[in-house]
Design a protein around this ligand. Structure first.
Ligand code: ADP
Length: 396
């Protein structure tokens, strides 16, 4: 068996992990530690088609990583091939434009980005420090969600607010889902090599959702901003709106601006409009049973996705490809259909048979012969990018 990499995605109350070998092509084991920091936390391992769940006594991140280490000790043929650990890091600010090998300076650099993503950053630092304690001597790499968008020009990433806000506080658009967009760009270049010299629009649609324009392989604009709240309507996030609303909501509801922001982050989007669920599948089922509010929420999601695809497209010379990815982008034929209907002015059209019968978990083309733009469904694979970056930094 070839060298393998442990990929860790550490959140404040969860820790997802996977071990990949064979240049990232083979998933050996994956799992998740959930409800960390609260009662009844547990960690699950999916290995050779079987799922094992183990309760965590002290519900800490450290105990979760210790359990991964124990699992490896029980599988010495896998442990002996482990050569490194790759960590997903949400915010790399302007400091990190590429993945990096982790040392104390890098940990400090990640901690310094915490003002924009305090909960995520604190969790990442814990995950890295714990992994360093439990796997001493194993090289560790940080892969940043923001890094792919560091190619944006100032004309795209600056907010039209006083320049001192950028100079003094680094307030600007950073963008997220960069690891996913980098994968999409590379995978599309395998499927259609010319795409690397062309204009690509991509929509990563999951619980969090964003769009990205990729010009000749580089991100030229993206819909998320200084935080993931900007841009599209999402599962529970409102996306872009008039910022005055924060003041209106806090005055009308007698709450602080932070509490108003919490409503926009956690109680809005598909959940806020449907008053039913943030989950696309639940809403599609409700729509089929005649729930008009579920349909309104989904149609708003589609309209706003199309709007932010059109918006980022202004940085491209031509729209040669449109790629759908993420749980919704890969699986919801209804939303792909409505989004493309909203893009009729761009002469983007999809074949409904191909859209409705797209094979699950595989890349496919769904455009019509007359479409100006090739339309693709490409399942994303962020773990693969993290594993490959980790391999390549270790080997260099
Ligand atoms: P996250 O941002 O948490 O990684 P995912 O990319 O896993 O999210 O996407 C989750 C979303 O994908 C949910 O809204 C879920 O309902 C939706 N989804 C998954 N499968 C389907 C499906 N078959 N049809 C419609 N929506 C789906």
């Amino acid at each position: 068996m070839a060298d393998s990499i442990l990929v860790i995605n550490c959140g404040s109350s969860s820790l997802k992990f996977a071990i990949l070998s064979n240049a990232g092509q083979t998933l050996i084991v994956e799992g998740i530690a959930e409800r960390l920091g609260s009662d009844n936390s547990s960690i699950s391992f999916k290995f050779e088609g079987e799922k094992t769940v183990i309760a965590l006594q002290d519900s800490s991140h450290k105990q979760a990583v210790t359990q991964i280490k124990h699992w490896l000790e029980e599988h010495p043929h896998i442990q002996k091939n482990l050569v490194g650990i790759g960590h997903r890091v949400v915010h790399g600010g302007e400091t990190f434009t590429h993945s990096v090998l982790i040392d104390q300076n890098v940990i400090q650099g990640i901690a310094d980005c915490s003002q924009f993503a305090p909960l995520h950053t604190a969790a990442h630092v814990i995950g890295i420090e714990v992994a360093m304690q439990i796997f001493p001597g194993l090289p560790q790499v940080a892969v940043f969600d923001t890094a792919f968008h560091q190619t944006l020009e100032p004309v795209q990433y600056l907010y039209p607010i006083p320049m001192a806000m950028y100079r003094d506080h680094h307030f600007r658009k950073y963008g997220f889902h960069g690891t996913s967009y980098r994968y999409i760009s590379q995978r599309l270049a395998e499927l259609d090599p010319k795409s690397h010299q062309q204009g690509v629009l991509a929509a990563h649609l999951g619980n969090g959702a964003s769009t990205c324009a990729i010009n000749k392989g580089k991100s030229s604009d993206t819909s998320m901003g200084i935080t993931p709240l900007e841009g599209l309507m999402m599962g529970t996030r409102c996306g872009s709106l008039d910022p005055s609303l924060i003041s209106f909501i806090s005055k009308a509801e007698h709450i602080s601006s932070d509490e108003a922001l919490d409503i926009l982050n956690k109680k809005s989007g598909l959940l806020g409009i449907s008053e039913l669920s943030n989950d696309c599948r639940t809403l599609e089922e409700a729509m089929v049973s005649g729930d008009n509010r579920a349909k309104l929420a989904l149609d708003m999601f589609a309209a706003r996705t199309a709007k932010y695809l059109a918006s980022v497209a202004t940085t491209l010379e031509s729209i040669d490809h449109l790629v759908f990815t993420g749980g919704i982008g890969e699986n919801s034929s209804y939303l792909r259909h409505v989004i493309c209907q909203n893009l009729k002015a761009f002469n983007i059209s999809i074949n409904e048979d191909k859209n409705n019968n797209a094979p699950r978990g595989m890349a496919s083309e769904i455009h019509t012969r007359h479409s100006n733009t090739k339309v693709w469904i490409i399942p994303t694979n962020e773990e693969l990018v993290i594993a490959l970056d980790t391999f390549s930094l270790i080997n260099n």
